[in-house]
Design a protein around this ligand. Sequence first.
Ligand SMILES: [Ca+2]
Ligand SMILES: [Ca+2]
Ligand SMILES: [Ca+2]
Ligand SMILES: [Ca+2]
Length: 303
Amino acid sequence: MSSAGLTPTTVTVEDTENKKGWTSITSTYDGFGFLVARATVMDDGSTLSETFFGPQRLSLTVTDTAANDANWATRTTEWNWQGQKTSRTTNYDNGDQMIEKYDAVTGNRIERISFDGNDDKPWTSVTTTYDSTGTVVIGSEKVLDNGRIETLTFDEVTGVRTSRTIVDGADDKSWHSKSLTYDADTGELTEREIINDDGSSDVITYENGKKATQLLTDGDADTFEWETFESTYDANGRLALTEETRDDGDLIVSSYAGGRLTGQTTYDNSGDEAWHVEEISYNSAGDVVDTTYYDELGNILIV
Ligand SMILES: [Ca+2]
Ligand SMILES: [Ca+2]
Ligand SMILES: [Ca+2]
Ligand SMILES: [Ca+2]
């Protein structure tokens, strides 16, 4: 093969007698003679720009007619090298943009991203995610103009909203994210989670509409003398148990009956006490009725 054959060539055909619907077609070939691009100017002023890989067209960009017939300016469709459609991008006349992504195998639309180009909406972009059939919305992510990001998820089968999360994208709040989780069948609130900027968190779970557990985790700011504080509630929503893991590793477990403190057990994991376990029981008046100490082997200590 001569080196001259490696030079790309461009060929333009013009419809000088106006027998076709187009005005001109410009084809570009690589050095091996393969068509790699084609630009068509239509009589109505619209244009088509295509790229190719071998016999397969990889992209087609259409621009609107001179008469501005469509509400968009350009629309680009892309295919993979196997000829399966993967995306379509539409640039609207008002500056908005929409990107649609397709499952290469099924051809179903699985994602749609809308950009508020002309800023007439309180958000910057909205991404909607669809199930494999392309008909059920399973998620959405909205980036708000104030920098916050709102994410929703939906159950594929029931359609129920299963979670809502807000992330403080602009970081103008002391928290990082807040989220609510719902039961996929009943839609009932099952969990509420707050994560703060210092890494501390507050997670509450609900059962039958009542608070069931609450887990507080201390953060980098070390606001509390514990690392975690977990509370468990009874079926009536009254405090039943707390477990406090102290900064030094000690564990304090407190039991409640009907909301009243009945016992407290401290595990001296840090090893700075003469005992390993301290067990205190309380009477209904809240007075200590008994205190028992144990060593590491579980033997009762006489103190
Ligand atoms: Ca237009
Ligand atoms: Ca906006
Ligand atoms: Ca923040
Ligand atoms: Ca702490």
